[in-house]
Each structure stands twice: as C-alpha cells, then as structure tokens.
Design a protein around this ligand. Structure first.
Ligand SMILES: C[S@@+](CC[C@H](N)C(=O)[O-])C[C@H]1O[C@@H](n2cnc3c(N)ncnc32)[C@H](O)[C@@H]1O
Length: 485
C-alpha cells in the first residue's frame, strides 16, 4: 500500500488556504434538498476555489463601510461569483444592494475546440441547464431579491446601464480580446470613483510573457495558451486586453483588480488576509492528490474521489471512498475484474486468418498459428516474428490487413503447414490437405484437383483447423493399420 501512495505523488495545491471540508453531494440531491450546487457536474465550478476566497476578501475590501452598493457582473455561469458577492454584502450588513448579472447563457466557445471541459460547458448551456442552475443557486442562497438578471450579451446590455453607477464591476465573460476590450471600455464608464474593476482569468501579465508566442496565440484566437517563458497556461485575450487598457493592476491567483480615483486608474492597496472558501462552494472543493492508473485523485468533503482521465463519462465512472487506500484497493479490484472478464474474442474468421480482440488491442492471426495465449507476451512475439500474427490499431486496421492477406492469398497458393508427410495449402479462401508424395500441384487446374481428390492424396477442407484434424485422423488410421499388419 505504501508504494502505491508514493506512486501517487501526493500534492495538495490549496493547502495554504483555509478549507472547511463539507460532505460531497450531487446535482440531483442539491435540487431535491434546496442546496446550492457547484460540483463537477455541468462544470458548475468554473475557477479554482482559492480565487473565490480571494474574490470574497477583495469584495470585503471594496464594499466594506458602504451604506449602499451596486455590483455588476459580466459572465455568471452557475452563480459561484455572484453568490460570493451576495454573501459578502449580506455579511457586511448592507441592506441597500443590487447585483446585476449579465450573461447570454449561449454557446460561445469556438466549435473546433474539442477539449472535454468546453464540450461539457457547451452541453450544459445547450440544454438550458446552467441557466436553470444559476436561478436555483441564487434562490436557495436567499439572494433572489438582491440579484437582477439581464440575459443577453454584454454588448447589448452594458451600453444601456447608467454611467458611474457601480462600486464593483466584475468581468468574467468572453475571453476574446475584442470582447474583453469592449467589456473593459464599458466598465471604465460604469464604475464610480472609489470603485473597482476586477476580473478573472488573468494568470499572467503582458510584461511576463513571451511576446512572439503570445502574438501567435492571439492570431489563432486561442482561448488558452501555454506561455513558453514561464510554462504557465493563460488566457491570451484577457492578458492582451488588460495590458492595453491599464498601466498596472493588482493580480493574484488569476484574479485582477484596478481602482478608480476620479479619472485615474490605480493599483489598489489590497492585501489578502486569511482566506476562506465561501460556504456555498465548500461542498465542491477538491484537493488534488495526484494521478494513478489513469485516475486523478482528490480529497472531496470527508472522503476521496478518483476520476478516470481518459473517459468522456468521467463523472459516471468516478470512484469514491473514505480513504486513499480504499480507492487504491478499489482500483486494483476493478483492474483485476477487467483482466478476468476480458477474454480474447474472435471478431472475424476468414481466408485462413482470425481477427482477435483482447484488452483493447486487435490482432490479425494466421489460423496456422493454432491456439494462441494472448497473455503470453513471449508467444505473441515469436508468432509476430514468424509472420503469423500482426497487431493492428483498430478492428478497421485489422480488416485492412486481412484484406491484404486475402489478396496475397488469392495470388499464389500458400503453404500453411507441413506435418506428418502432408502439406496444408491455402488458396483463394480454400484449404487443402495434400500428401507430399504428390509433387507439384497446380491449384488453378480444377481437373488435376478432381483427379487427385479421387485418389485420396488431396482433400479439400472447410478451414485450417479441419485440415489439421484430417491429417491427425489419417496418421492415426495408418498407425492402426500398421499395427494390425
Ligand atoms: C467563465 S463563465 C463565468 C463564471 C462565473 N463568473 C463563476 O465564477 O462561476 C463565463 C460566462 O460568460 C458568459 N459570456 C461569455 N461571453 C459573454 C458575453 N459576450 N456577454 C455575456 N455573457 C457572456 C458565458 O455564457 C458564461 O456563462
């Protein structure tokens, strides 16, 4: 067990924040029991938990001491950030408050982006589930009166809003450079003096990145890119737009902020205090532990969870347990069962070959190879060297190899095997047993074949297996006769 755990390379990435670990629950149980849901389902949890802890602290800094507050949010998704603002406002005891949430809840990631994360985000949007979850989350957190929703793009909504009316404008919508530039231009008009503009997804400042690679990422309209200088993943559109709009910003953990003093934009004198994950998110906090056997391990609530990394059904196929050891044992058991139930399967048999599938691999096996133990790596290698077994990528590839073999076979008769004075010959999908005394046979000459067949020195069989049986029978019959004589 010890060795498994060290293989896991345990790491706790948010160990430096205060985490109140809550029991895990699912989306459906949240719906049934009027609790907020920000777990993995529907990608409801958008940013690392530490950012919401920081956002809460920043909101306290900006909104504390005010009698009335107006907050504008562009990009609300399932409500994690809006509820963070709402909870802080309630905690500060500000009764005159409004949070305007602008979101179009419409597909916005480029179609060619095929990462699992964006696929699942677009699916959640397509079925209206995220918008529904947003309303549910706001309601169960008791923020229905404080939150006002404007369901449209920021380009439609922001120009309609009153200038210098907001204490805090939070930009977390589109990541495209032009959209962010637009949102920031509007935000500059909308925030009042003493207020702040802040936003998500600023992992790196323009001054920190490799400018050539950055330009390529912008030209390609990449949502996320890896900066070669720092090795950090960042959002090129956000970095570019913030860099254009402001000389300097406060930035930590991907969250950024600037403060308005009349017509000037300054870096706020904000220092994060004790960080605590907001209550509505605590049920969904996952502390990463590492990767083992293709699963990602996390501490979640009072227990642990592991998600299969390569499966599109990662949520359905997750495993949960009360300790890491239990999960590792469970994975061992799953692996053991998979190995046990998985038996080699003949997918197709033709022209003297079999297509065999076993444990996700596919082979084309010459029937002359006889019985093959697909767990015996040595045997597989020997057969491959002898040209009797070819491992292929997919079953489609296996068929292509089989077709090629068939073409080869139709061209010339093939000596499959020689034993006990007989040859087994394959030609045009047929298999013959020929006594070696016969000499050369022209398998295209049907008359010669008929003639030889009547003298029992040549016999057509269904397949190579039957050809072998025929030889065995003849050898036995001869031995019996010899014995009698
Ligand atoms: C990353 S999510 C926001 C996450 C949210 N702030 C949170 O913390 O959970 C981005 C959201 O922006 C919205 N969005 C993207 N482009 C937008 C635009 N131009 N106008 C309005 N909303 C937009 C998307 O529908 C999505 O819900």
């Amino acid at each position: 067990m010890e060795s498994w755990i060290s293989d896991l390379g345990i790491k706790r990435s948010i160990a430096d924040s205060r985490i109140a670990i809550m029991p895990q629950y699912s989306l459906s149980s949240a719906r049934e029991s009027d609790r907020p849901y920000f777990g993995r389902q529907l990608s409801a949890f958008q940013s690392p938990p530490i950012r919401y802890a920081l956002l809460a602290d920043l909101s306290r800094y900006v909104l504390g001491g005010k009698a009335a507050v107006r907050v504008l949010e562009v990009g609300s998704w399932a409500g994690a950030s809006a509820i963070t603002f709402g909870t802080v406002i309630r905690e500060l005891g500000i009764s005159d408050s409004k949070i305007i949430c602008v979101d179009q809840w419409d597909q916005y990631f480029v179609a060619e982006d095929r990462s699992l994360h964006y696929k699942s985000m677009n699916a959640a949007i397509a079925h209206g589930e995220i918008q529904e979850l947003f309303y549910q989350n706001i309601k169960v957190c008791g923020l229905g009166d404080m939150v006002e929703v404007k369901k449209a793009s920021s380009r439609e909504v922001l120009p309609e809003l009153e200038s210098a009316a907001f204490d805090l404008v939070y930009i977390d919508g589109s990541h495209k450079k032009d959209d962010v530039l637009y949102d920031l231009q509007q935000a500059k008009r909308l925030v009042r003096s003493g207020g702040v503009i802040c936003g998500d997804d600023l992992e790196l400042l323009k001054s920190q990145i490799d400018s050539d690679a950055h330009q390529v990422a912008l030209d390609k309209d990449r949502d996320v890119a890896a900066d070669p200088r720092t090795g950090v993943s960042y959002h090129p559109g956000v970095t570019e737009a913030v860099g254009i709009m402001f000389d300097g910003v406060w930035q930590e953990q991907g969250l950024w902020c600037v403060e308005r003093s009349d017509e000037q934009w300054t870096v706020p004198d904000f220092r994060a205090g004790d960080l605590e994950i907001p209550t509505h998110l605590q049920h969904a906090v996952e502390i990463p532990y590492g990767v083992l056997k293709g699963y990602e391990f996390f501490q979640l609530g009072e227990g642990f969870v592991a998600y299969p990394m390569a499966s599109p059904n990662w949520f359905q196929h997750r495993i949960v347990g009360s300790s890491i050891e239990e999960l590792v044992l469970l994975l061992d058991t799953i692996e053991h069962i998979n190995n046990k139930v998985s038996v080699p399967r003949i997918v197709e048999s033709r022209d003297g070959i079999n297509i065999v599938s076993y444990k996700g691999k596919n082979w084309v096996a010459d029937q002359s190879a006889g019985e093959v133990d697909f767990r015996d790596q040595g045997q597989l290698q020997r057969l491959a060297t002898a040209g009797k077994l070819v491992e292929t990528g997919s079953i489609g590839d296996a068929r292509a190899v089989a077709d090629q073999t068939r073409i080869d076979q139709t061209r010339v008769p093939r000596l499959v095997e020689s034993r006990e004075g007989f040859n087994i010959v394959s030609y045009k999908g047929k298999n013959w047993v020929v006594h070696q005394s016969v000499g050369r046979v022209d398998f295209r000459d049907q008359e010669q074949l008929n003639r030889l067949a009547t003298t029992s020195v040549l016999l057509e069989t269904e397949n190579i297996g039957e050809a072998r049986e025929v030889i065995d029978r003849m050898v036995k019959a001869k031995a019996d006769t010899d014995l009698k004589n």
